[in-house]
Design a binder for this molecule. Structure first.
Ligand SMILES: [Zn+2]
Length: 167
């Protein structure tokens, strides 16, 4: 599979996660972390309302799960992996990461990010800030924006339209 096809397929997984957030009245944003072999290491959805946690963004939830899984594997193998360093992984998310999530992506040393819709108000991957490609940091990320952008954006637009109509 060429990478554009892979990105489309992976975004489908992130979109499924995003839809699950609707059950808890959370803004529908979903993310997955793929390992070097393309296997899903972690997945997450926005759970801010469900958990009452302002940091429970889809990317952070997915990164935590992926790091946990890598750590378990490292313990089983007795290997050298530290568990938290998500080298060679790809993070796929339906909305452009915010400053917190972009920071977490840099801290996890994730080399590649694929995202769907742009967030003109708070995006930190090119819209408002560009934390992922900030030259003053020691880690740069390859960014693939606009993957299945329309589907990701419609999900959010419908969610907010539904909320407005209930006011
Ligand atoms: Zn975020």
């Amino acid at each position: 599979m060429v990478s554009a096809e892979k990105h489309d397929t992976w975004m489908g997984l992130a979109l499924n996660e995003a839809r699950r957030a609707l059950a808890t009245e959370d803004v529908p944003i979903g993310a997955v972390v793929l390992g070097p072999d393309g296997a899903v290491l972690g997945s997450g959805r926005n759970q801010r309302e469900e958990l009452g946690d302002p940091t429970a963004h889809a990317e952070v939830v997915a990164i935590r799960q992926a790091a946990e899984r890598l750590r378990e594997r490292a313990l089983v193998d007795g290997g050298q992996a530290d568990g938290w360093r998500l080298s060679d992984c790809t993070l796929v998310v339906t909305l452009e990461p915010c400053a917190m999530c972009a920071g977490a992506i840099v801290l996890a040393r994730i080399p590649r990010v694929v995202f769907g819709a742009w967030d003109e108000k708070a995006g930190a991957a090119g819209s408002v800030f560009d934390v992922l490609r900030e030259r003053r940091l020691n880690h740069w990320v390859e960014v693939y924006p606009g993957v299945r952008e329309a589907e990701c954006a419609v999900l959010l637009r419908d969610f907010f339209a539904g909320h407005r109509s209930r006011l």
